[in-house]
Write a protein that binds this ligand. Structure first.
Ligand code: PLP
Length: 424
């Protein structure tokens, strides 16, 4: 009789579940499509050259292990907000931004949710359907109610713009809306600048509060400024808002956990109150965030040569992702009609995705070429995913998300073919 006999083993989230199953699979030809890190041909995580150099410089500059302040590395935080809002943004010039370093993007979301729980009257958050699985859990743990808004078009493999704006218009004043500014996880479908501007107007008029979760800046278009256009359109339209930033994917510093949470307030005085509130909350969560990753990112973003090299490498990563997407989709489109029909027998690929039309087609797949960032959704439903896991050692996540970072040059050849042929 133990203290924990009442405890049931909880269900893992879809990403961990796929990863653990893959790790336990003895098949040497298994393909892990749940991974979010970039892999080289030998399945090792890639480290950018600019980051290697920044690492050397950051270590030389300061080898001490002094604890950081509650708000983290001030230089890193400054560079982070400049990257999000633009170096010349009015909110930065006017001292209206409150910001703290966090333990990567996950804890930035968590700290925002905690702030919402503690200081915000409206205990509800609106999230895109579908969204990153951890969004659901972070807010659920704080018992904050969630409601979904339409985002993904399913059959068209694109943003459901009409559904999205209708849902925004139905929300009540004061509510919070979670938005992903670029490389939407898991769909890879983003709004364009005109759509961001229109969404900003609707939300300003409806008095809705935007919370941006920015986990992949640079990896959607290959351009860091371009990928922040949604955040900047909101800032320029006069919104108060919050932004969570992860530097895991765009610097490849996954394990070092540099991240940032910032708030744009209407006055410098309000920003000061928010700043202290964030520091008070951070104190009881992690007291002081880890220094190493923040030092590296600070060096990377401050040294003009390193920064230029980093921006080129981010562009290169984006191009690689697009090539992998292209190869995957082309492989699927080249499959025979018979194969496609067999695939359809396993059920509609749109089960989870707001679609009224059930028939899978090559057109669906072709539309997936327009998706951007780390992921691809080609319409796999949970039943098809289960077959791929159990019978064929191919591991996308349960919602059908394929992580392109996990498609290595060596399995790129076989991935699309085995995805389809092994469904039979
Ligand atoms: N937000 C989204 C949408 C993500 O996809 C991720 C990572 O998968 C994160 C936030 C946070 O990641 P991390 O905590 O590794 O920075």
């Amino acid at each position: 009789q133990g203290w924990f006999q009442h405890l049931k083993v909880p269900r893992r989230d879809t990403i961990c579940e796929a990863r653990l199953r893959c790790r336990a699979d003895p098949n040497p030809d298994k393909i892990d499509l749940s991974l979010v890190t970039f892999r080289d041909d030998d399945n090792n995580a890639i480290v950018l050259e600019s980051v290697r150099e920044a690492k050397r410089q950051a270590q030389l500059a300061d080898g001490a292990h002094e604890i950081q302040s509650l708000a983290g590395h001030p230089g890193f935080v400054q560079r982070a907000i400049e990257l999000a809002y633009g170096a010349d943004a009015a909110c930065i010039r006017e001292g209206r931004v409150a910001a703290v370093q966090t333990v990567s993007g996950t804890a930035a979301c968590r700290l925002f949710a905690q702030f919402q729980f503690r200081h915000y009257r409206y205990r509800q958050i609106h999230m895109p359907r579908p969204t990153w699985f951890n969004h659901l859990k972070i807010w659920e743990h704080l018992r904050i109610q969630r409601s979904d808004y339409r985002y993904y078009g399913g059959r068209t493999r694109d943003v459901n713009w009409a559904g999205f704006t209708q849902d925004l218009e139905r929300m009540s004043a004061g509510e919070i809306v979670l938005l992903q500014p670029c490389a939407h996880n898991p769909t890879g479908c983003d709004l364009d600048l005109a759509q961001w501007q229109e969404a900003a107007e609707i939300m300003l008029e409806g008095r809705l509060f935007p919370f941006f979760d920015c986990a992949y800046q640079g990896l959607a278009s290959g351009d860091l400024d371009n990928d922040a256009q949604g955040i900047r359109a909101f800032e320029q339209s006069g919104h108060e808002m919050a932004v969570a930033q992860s530097f895991a994917a765009n610097t490849t510093l996954w394990g070092e956990r540099p991240g940032c949470l910032s708030f744009v307030c209407s006055t410098a005085k309000e920003a000061e109150a928010v700043q202290t509130s964030l520091e008070v909350m951070a104190r009881s969560l992690w007291s002081s965030p880890p220094a190493y990753g923040a030092r590296i990112v600070h060096t990377l973003l401050s040294d003009p040569d390193l920064r230029q090299q980093w921006e080129a490498e981010v562009k290169g990563m984006t191009e690689t992702l697009q090539q992998r997407r292209q190869a995957l989709v082309q492989g699927l489109m080249d499959a025979s009609e018979e194969t496609w029909q067999s695939w359809a027998l396993h059920g509609s690929p749109h089960q989870m995705q707001d679609s009224e039309d059930d028939a899978p087609s090559r057109l669906d797949c072709e539309a997936a070429l327009n998706q951007r960032g780390m992921f691809s959704m080609i319409g796999l439903n949970p039943k098809q995913v289960a077959i791929l896991h159990k019978e064929h050692s191919i591991y996308p996540t349960r919602n059908g998300r394929i992580a392109l970072g996990g498609i290595t040059p060596s399995n790129l050849q076989k991935a699309p073919h085995s995805l389809l042929s092994k469904m039979l």
